[in-house]
Ligand binder design. Structure first.
Ligand code: AMP
Ligand code: MG
Length: 436
């Protein structure tokens, strides 16, 4: 029954009360697996989906040697390396209209870009260097055998893996599939993710705020991040700070979703009644992650009603993965990008190494202060000045200041031991979703 928690506590240097970000991410990824289920879609419908199976090229692209330029198809063996060569033009090859015959000695064919290189020819001389006189084609010295020919199979070879399973289908892949004549493709089914916010202080849009209430913004930023990832989002609204309501919401969510993402209330993981509740519903670890913002986090699984147990050897589909994020609006987004996004991508079939936001090193325009002990994800603006990219922090960095996220296009990542950065120093910058 407590296989997940046992597995966690067996891991080296596992300290739930001070877990480094990278360690937490590795633990999560090591426990997750792609969710079974795929569907066949028309290529255009498959944009932004994850490929479920390798696509083997059924043909070579291009299928024939063809010309990269407008010019003349010739036989290199005919050309005089030291001076001009006069050839006889015997025909024309257009893209889609090949020259039917074989090129004989002393002959040339007028050829357009994309036209099949005629049999016998091996070299294209560009039209700009050729002189024409009385149906004769005069080619200057200095041509190289094979020049300006695009070879059959140089893009994709028949029988090779053109796209590997796990590949995100971007416009380039959609085009590549089309170049192979593939009208349909197998993709992973959409991940179903249930989400709710917790908190007695939360009002929903359309409600009038009472004293002490705030609008529930987390459910909107979470919805946006999940939608961007291509998930099917099940919005379960606001759940009151009440164990019975929480239990009902988790049970309901586990019934329908592959994963559950919640905001708020995780610091009460310290309270016995929550631990007892989670132990009854599944297996959940309460972590204090050495990061700022976003310290507390719950991670584990919630059993689906009707299934026996989620013990060792049973498929994970008997339970839904739970990501209990902190309540502060910036902490929600920072922990989503660090843990939930990689986790969900893995569940969608993306290889581990491609689940991280891209990181680059950029000079910091202004000094940044930081204390030791936690990895900080400061919100930053990456901008160009005099042709150079730099980064600066976006003003106040409180974990409740959502404006800092809105002004940001990246996280400035300062590792645990860092005590800040001086102006001009290189810092690690993680590009946010939407920029990449
Ligand atoms: P909690 O983790 O529940 O203690 O919440 C931490 C802080 O985040 C509190 O100031 C909450 O009011 C705020 N908060 C929690 N949930 C939300 C939400 N859905 N939208 C906006 N702020 C929230
Ligand atoms: Mg709360």
């Amino acid at each position: 029954m407590s296989s997940l928690l046992d597995a966690l506590s067996c891991a080296d240097d596992y300290d739930p009360d001070s877990l480094p970000v990278e360690r937490a991410r590795q633990l999560i990824l090591s426990l997750l697996a792609p969710v079974p289920g795929e569907e066949r879609l028309f290529v255009r419908q498959a944009l932004d989906r994850i490929l479920a199976q390798d696509v083997i090229a059924p043909l070579s692209v291009p299928a024939h040697d063809n010309s990269a330029m407008d010019g003349y198809a010739v036989r290199a063996a005919d050309l005089n390396p030291a001076g001009e060569t006069t050839l006889k033009q015997v025909g024309t090859a257009f893209a889609g209209h090949p020259f039917a015959a074989t090129l004989g000695p002393g002959e040339a064919v007028r050829i357009m870009t994309g036209a099949v290189v005629p049999a016998g020819a091996d070299t294209i001389v560009i039209q700009e260097v050729v002189r024409l006189a009385d149906g004769q084609v005069i080619v200057p010295a200095g041509q190289r055998q094979g020049q300006n020919v695009r070879h059959a199979g140089e893009d994709l070879r028949a029988g090779e893996v053109a796209l590997p399973a796990g590949k995100l289908l971007r416009p380039a892949e959609i085009g590549l599939l089309a170049s192979l004549g593939q009208a349909e493709v197998s993709v992973h089914r959409r991940l179903r993710v249930a989400m709710f916010s917790t908190g007695d202080e939360l009002a929903s849009l359309g409600e009038v705020l009472q004293t002490g209430e705030i609008y529930d913004s987390n459910r909107y930023s979470m919805w946006g991040m999940l939608t961007r990832l291509g998930c099917e989002v099940i919005d379960m609204g606001v759940v009151r700070d009440d164990p019975a309501a929480l239990e009902a919401a988790l049970v309901e969510a586990a019934q329908h979703a592959d994963a559950i993402v919640t905001s708020g209330g995780v610091s009460v993981g310290d309270a016995d009644f929550i631990r007892e509740l989670m132990a009854r519903l599944g297996e959940v670890a309460f972590w204090k992650i050495a990061m700022k913002p976003g310290r507390p986090m719950a991670f584990g699984k919630i059993r689906r009603p009707g299934h026996g147990g989620a013990g060792a050897g049973k498929p994970t589909t008997e339970s839904a993965w739970l990501f209990g994020l902190p309540g502060n609006p910036v902490a929600v987004m920072a922990s989503f990008y660090q843990f939930v996004r990689p986790a969900l991508l893995k569940m969608m079939g993306v290889p581990d190494a491609q689940t991280m936001l891209p990181t680059m090193r950029v000079p910091c325009a202004m000094p940044i202060r930081k204390g030791r002990g936690r990895t900080e994800f400061q919100r930053g603006t990456l901008y160009q000045e005099n042709g150079e990219w730099r980064v600066k922090a976006t003003g106040a960095q409180g974990s409740g200041i959502l404006r800092s996220m809105s002004q940001a296009n990246c996280f400035i990542v300062l590792d645990t031991e860092s005590t800040g950065a001086a102006a001009g120093e290189l810092v690690n910058v993680q590009l946010m979703d939407g920029l990449v």
